[in-house]
Write a protein that binds this ligand. Sequence first.
Ligand SMILES: Nc1ncnc2c1ncn2[C@@H]1O[C@H](COP(=O)(O)OP(=O)(O)OP(=O)(O)O)[C@@H](O)[C@H]1O
Length: 311
Amino acid sequence: MAFLTVNGLTSRYDSSKGPVYAVEDVDFTLEDGESIGIAGESACGKSTLGLSIIRMLAGGKTQGKIHFDENSILDVDENTFEKTFRWKKISMVFQGAMNSLDPVFTINDQFLEILKQHNFDGDSKQVIADAMNSVNLDVNVLKKYPHELSGGMKQRVVIAMALLLKPKFVIADEPTTALDVLIQAQIINLLKSLKKSGMSFMLITHDLAVLSEIADKIGIMYGGQIVEFGSSQEIYKNPKHPYTQGLLQSIPTLKGNKPTYIKGIPPSLLDAPTQCRFIDRCPLAVEKCKQLPPKFKTKTGYVQCWLYEDK
Ligand SMILES: Nc1ncnc2c1ncn2[C@@H]1O[C@H](COP(=O)(O)OP(=O)(O)OP(=O)(O)O)[C@@H](O)[C@H]1O
């Protein structure tokens, strides 16, 4: 059964230059226990998508439908959302969060602050210990200040903070960026074991390679749209959108062809999408691409590209 269904999700920011079309008409579904990876270049709207789901978009407006455990969560009032969903059922590891730990408070104090903000009235010591345990950190770390921890430990701490109230769905925005490859692997393994224990993730990254181990489904974002969505297997083995193909070809491998890169730059999100967003960089663009492609059904999802109109 699907626990998360996103339909026509659209989020726009107001800016002095006009609206920023950061997330446009996004659809996807996750079945119980499934995790999704969202990949795409910088500024394509990945964080905005995560922030829209947890309703923490600052300076922007979200439209569309999100059903979480059969609740239409964009329609509930802020009080109910805060009381019932945010952090308790859906939480987020924010991008760069490990660098925003407060330097003047111990880790324990920072955990307590989160519990206070969410009016937690249970056994604080126990839930903090459980969260530390689930990220394989010793409780002694609680006495320390952020500067006494390594990057990998700090990242575990911020993941533990997101796990504090035992949510079902955790949005992790670039949780491995800025960590060395060994620590990256540790964090991915950690997410893998949390997934095994029943948690679902939305793993946001610009690095398609890190998704292979966590994501059951993948959404490829380009210019604010999910241009291809499907099972990880289908996306890796039989990528359809020319952008997905380009992204995959840009991953270096030990054996095989030399990686290539996608020429050109992404479109400005200040322009409303009236044609295919990828048209200027696409090696396969045709006249029809001057119209905005709809979502064409694929075996496990959809692709927003005219090449698949008759297939
Ligand atoms: N508060 C805001 N006000 C106006 N525009 C914003 C705001 N936040 C983000 N944007 C714009 O929205 C677009 C999408 O940004 P977003 O951070 O979601 O992209 P991203 O894919 O997560 O990027 P990155 O990988 O670099 O984190 C960008 O053009 C960004 O400049």
